[in-house]
Design a protein around this ligand. Structure first.
Ligand SMILES: O=C(O)CCC(=O)C(=O)O
Ligand SMILES: [Fe+2]
Length: 450
């Protein structure tokens, strides 16, 4: 092509990188990793540190709560008054009716399982649920003495410890009055309680969002190509049949030649020569299946906050000149944040050319269909990650198709660990759990992995 503008974007140096997707830029070998699958996202409010008083917001689901209220209305409740002056100074004891419910009844089972999972309770050690109906409200009461006793980790059994992971990144959450970085304590006081992994407490105070990982493990093969900004390739993330289904569904959609808004109206884009279309996360059963698959593998990213799938098809001569994915600041960006992460599913690869080039990292990625490329476009301070500059190398032969999810920044606080270090890049480790530590923990807990 002798077009001067395009020549400036595709300098000979960058094209050289396109042609030489050199291996030596890769960080280490391809490793096999496990990722926690499934998580309970829980909101914790710390009401007091000493004594420790926590509120778990909406811990029980609505169905459980409704069934419990129903039950309390149907069943004959016992008088459960307490007369001791010591138990409650306000009411001079307890004046209420209640009933005991077994852990594994129809109404309590789901709740009990969640308590087991989240708090790592030893189920045998807890008393039955005591449902107390007083002053019109129904609440679950777990005996306090037992609660404290069972929360305490058994020293030789790290698995029973709480494994909350919490996130903190002030700009990732839209809150009007955020404390400044300096006001976040480096670590929370160790005097509050040794029942917790204490570091995250600082974060909980900020954001109230934590999650607790399950022990369901799935193998993922992930390659770390760059650490700052993180650029990861998840190999064989999608099965062949998922990719085939998605492609045939997408081929039924009308793809438009991509365009850019210019001074003289919408003009055919020359920086991106491709056909594209948008597909909503749940537009049809195939998209929905794809979307669920993605969600199930990442517990640190809220994909509901991603834009629709953007499918791009490049024919021979197609390309996408090096660019940044972050959007111009506007009201939409103000509401949901900018494009923090690009999650690019490779659906079809060209016979020749068509890699994804990162000129400033000196990397060209030539993945296979079913692989996912994943990178950060932003720094933790919300500025542009300058080294995330990337483009789709010219297609020399064949056709390339990809589907992008751009994840928006707000609500992604799990991506960061606490305490945050000023100036440190996003930590990709929560996305890439090394097999070793998972193995160790799994072995300790006596889980059979494979
Ligand atoms: O197709 C590619 O390799 C890159 C796509 C891309 O950069 C984008 O859609 O923003
Ligand atoms: Fe891009």
């Amino acid at each position: 092509d002798d077009d001067e503008d395009i020549k400036q974007m595709w300098t000979s140096e960058v094209l050289e990188i396109c042609d030489n997707p050199a291996e030596h830029f890769s960080f280490g070998q391809l490793a096999s990793f496990q990722l926690w699958n499934g998580a309970d996202v829980i909101r914790v409010e710390i009401r007091s540190l000493a004594p420790l008083l926590l509120r778990f917001v909406k811990f029980g689901n609505r169905r459980t709560t409704e069934s419990l209220i129903e039950l309390a209305q149907e069943q004959e409740l016992e008088r459960m008054n307490v007369t001791s002056e010591n138990t409650s100074f306000r009411h001079k004891g307890r004046r209420a009716d209640g009933l005991w419910l077994p852990h594994e009844s129809d109404v309590t089972l789901a709740l009990f399982r969640k308590i087991e999972r989240v708090f790592k309770f030893n189920p045998k050690a807890a008393e039955n649920f005591l449902e107390i109906s007083s002053f019109g409200s129904t609440r679950i009461h777990v005996d306090r003495a037992n609660f404290i006793r069972f929360m305490a980790p058994v020293p030789s059994d790290p698995v029973r410890k709480w494994r909350f992971r919490c996130g903190c990144a002030p700009f990732l959450t839209r809150r009007s009055k955020l404390p400044s970085m300096e006001s976040i304590p480096a670590t929370a006081s160790t005097t509050s309680s040794d029942l917790f992994d204490l570091t995250p407490l600082a974060c909980i105070k900020l954001n109230y969002r934590c999650y607790n990982s399950h022990m369901n493990l799935i193998p993922l093969r992930v390659e770390v190509l760059s650490k700052n900004p993180a650029l990861l390739v998840f190999h064989e993330f999608f099965s062949k049949s998922r990719i085939a289904n998605f492609l045939s569904m997408a081929s039924e959609k009308e793809m438009e030649e991509t365009s850019v808004e210019g001074a003289e109206g919408t003009v055919k884009s020359r920086t991106r020569v491709a056909h594209g279309t948008w597909i909503d996360h749940h537009e049809n059963i195939v998209a929905s299946d794809m979307f669920h698959h993605i969600q199930s593998k990442f517990n640190t990213i809220d994909f509901d906050r991603a834009e629709a799938f953007h499918v791009l098809r490049y024919g021979p001569g197609g390309h996408y000149a090096p660019h940044y994915d972050m959007l111009q600041h506007d009201t939409a960006v103000e509401l949901v944040g900018n494009r923090i992460v690009t999650f690019l599913t490779v659906l079809k690869t060209a016979q020749k050319g068509g890699g994804t080039v990162f000129p400033r990292l000196g990397i060209t990625v030539q993945p296979n269909p079913g692989d996912v490329m994943f990178w950060f476009n932003m720094e933790p301070d919300a500025s542009k990650a300058m080294d995330s500059l990337h483009g789709a190398c010219p297609i020399l032969e064949g056709e390339k198709i990809g589907a992008t999810l751009w994840v928006k920044a707000f609500g992604q606080e799990f991506l960061t660990r606490c305490p945050m270090k000023e100036g440190a890049p996003f930590d990709y480790n929560p996305l890439v759990e090394p097999r070793k530590s998972v193995y160790d923990e799994a072995l300790l807990s006596g889980l059979h992995l494979f």
